[in-house]
Design a protein around this ligand. Structure first.
Ligand code: NAP
Length: 470
């Protein structure tokens, strides 16, 4: 038999998780100097992970990466196997039997926790749930969000918090021609929210937003963005952070906070600029140096107890510490947007406190030992940071290491690849779907959207998706 990875004896790789990292890993393998066949396994019938169900509906440009991923699927060495869940439908041991290598690119599916009393009270949600819900993710379809109170609070100052705040702040007219799911649009159209607080535990020099995202808050049609002047006074360490070269991007963000702290501009109707100024319906308050310490309410959230913080530590290493001074804010809903967290996969080592698969440059590790055949890339490898493109370099590193191991990946027994996997799935009666079948679902979604002037109307139940294939 030919050498592994040469013509006639392809390296058979299963990649689990069809988000950006899964596609970038596929691309790197298919374009390597080896003959590789990639089966991209995904628990949903739909590919693209967070690009489909995480990226905000009003950010269509970010979704254009889908075109890049679609090109990768043209390769004859690529195979999409959707609607197959690792752990439930197939085990890691079975995959090891059928493939030379397995790459885990499952992302970070849950959120970090605040660990405060009342965190699980009705009305307290993770950002992940809300983002998944308005983006039509089947696992979040049945979640409910009560927007009947006038105050909503978002904890955390990263881009996910910005997405959540924007969706709550925008008018229906600003959202209705996006690919936001219909059920979410219906609930948002009844929203009574007037005040949205985006609360950071550290100061205005430490916000994790990017400036492009933060700038959008100055362009909301019916929502003012307000920063209290007294909250953007910097301590010495923060001043030196912003003066340092490393703090260049942070300075841009700080300057936007300064803009938002100025008196509100006078708004006049665009169509009738000579008419009386109008008052925007909503206010979005960006606040700093506060942490929620308790969520209170008899049956559902009524009050959030905040503690004021101060910063201590050297520049770029400052951390927030409670001052002991607390106050209460009436609120009906809170979103915890303090970073994603990976979930352990059955049969795969997991670093519980970091929420990632322990690895060295993508090789999965069990304590100090390399786990043969197992690799990882993306957020489950390095934690939830960076933009979509960041996953390309991350996946490339993993593939480079994997291909260095090609001789060790050789096995005496022939690897059946998808043939073996299909056999197991057929035996269990799993309805797996291929890429052409996904394209059929895709086509109907686009058609259903066009009727409403939207890029697509997503199916939000797996059964609905599969029904398109009958
Ligand atoms: P993130 O950028 O890491 O922000 C997390 C925020 O939560 C930070 O403000 C952090 O404050 C705060 N936080 C963490 N633990 C906390 C606690 N115990 N109490 C209070 N606050 C706490 O995470 P993310 O917003 O989930 O975004 C994840 C990644 O996706 C980021 O790289 C982001 O840029 C990217 N993303 C990009 C886009 C886009 O490009 N449009 C959209 C969405 C997401 P500290 O700084 O003090 O830790």
């Amino acid at each position: 038999m030919a050498e592994l990875g040469k013509k006639g004896n392809p390296l058979k790789v299963a990649i689990v998780g069809a988000g950006p990292s899964g596609f970038y890993a596929t691309d790197a393998l298919i374009n390597s100097n080896y003959n590789v066949v990639v089966d991209l396994i995904e628990k949903l019938p739909t590919p693209y992970g967070l690009v489909r169900s995480g990226v905000a509906p009003d950010h269509p440009k970010i979704k254009s990466s889908i075109q890049v991923f679609e090109k990768i699927t043209d390769s004859k060495d690529f195979n999409f196997i959707g609607n197959v869940k690792l752990g439930d439908d197939v085990s890691i041991e079975e995959l090891k039997k059928f493939y030379h290598a397995i790459i885990l690119t499952v992302g970070a599916e849950t959120d970090r926790s605040l660990s405060i009393p009342g965190e699980d009270i009705t009305g307290s949600h993770t950002a992940t749930e809300f983002v998944g819900w308005y983006n039509g993710h089947p696992e979040h379809r049945e979640k409910t969000f009560d927007l009947s109170h006038e105050t909503a609070v978002i904890i955390g100052q990263g881009n996910v918090a910005a997405d959540v705040a924007r969706i709550l702040s925008k008018t229906i007219d600003e959202l209705k021609f996006t690919d936001i799911s219909e059920h979410a649009l219906d609930v948002l159209s009844e929203s009574k929210i007037k005040k949205i607080y985006i609360v950071g535990r550290r100061g205005p020099a430490q916000g994790k937003f990017t400036s492009k995202e933060l700038k959008e808050f100055g362009e909301l049609r019916d929502c003012n963005t307000i920063v209290d002047k007294s909250e953007i006074i910097l301590n010495k360490a923060s001043e030196s952070e912003l003066q340092d070269k490393k703090g260049r991007l942070q300075k841009k963000i700080y300057d936007l906070f300064v803009d938002y702290s100025k008196p509100l501009p006078v708004h006049r109707a665009r169509e009738f600029p000579w008419t009386k100024p109008y008052i925007k319906k909503r206010n979005c308050y960006i606040q700093f140096l506060k942490s929620p310490v308790e969520l209170k309410g008899s049956k559902k959230l009524e009050k959030i107890v905040f503690e004021k913080n101060s910063l201590s530590g050297d520049p770029f290493k400052q951390s927030a510490k409670g001052t002991g001074e607390t106050y209460e804010l009436d609120a009906g809903i809170i979103f915890r947007s303090i970073g994603y967290r990976g979930i352990a996969l059955p049969g795969v080592p997991f670093h519980d406190s970091w929420g990632v698969i322990p690895n060295e440059a993508g090789r999965v590790m069990d304590n100090d030992t390399v786990v043969p055949q197992l690799y990882t890339a993306g957020w489950i490898k390095r934690g939830p940071s960076g933009i979509i493109g960041t996953n390309k370099a991350c996946a490339n590193e993993t593939i480079e290491e994997l291909l260095k191991d090609i001789n060790q990946l050789n096995s005496k027994k022939d690897k059946l690849g998808s043939k073996g996997l299909y056999r197991v799935l057929d035996k269990k009666g799993i309805r797996y779907i291929n890429f052409n079948e996904w394209k059929k679902i895709d086509e109907v979604e686009v058609k259903n959207g066009q009727e409403k002037g939207k890029p697509r109307e997503k199916f939000t139940y797996v059964e609905e998706m599969l029904a398109q294939l009958i």
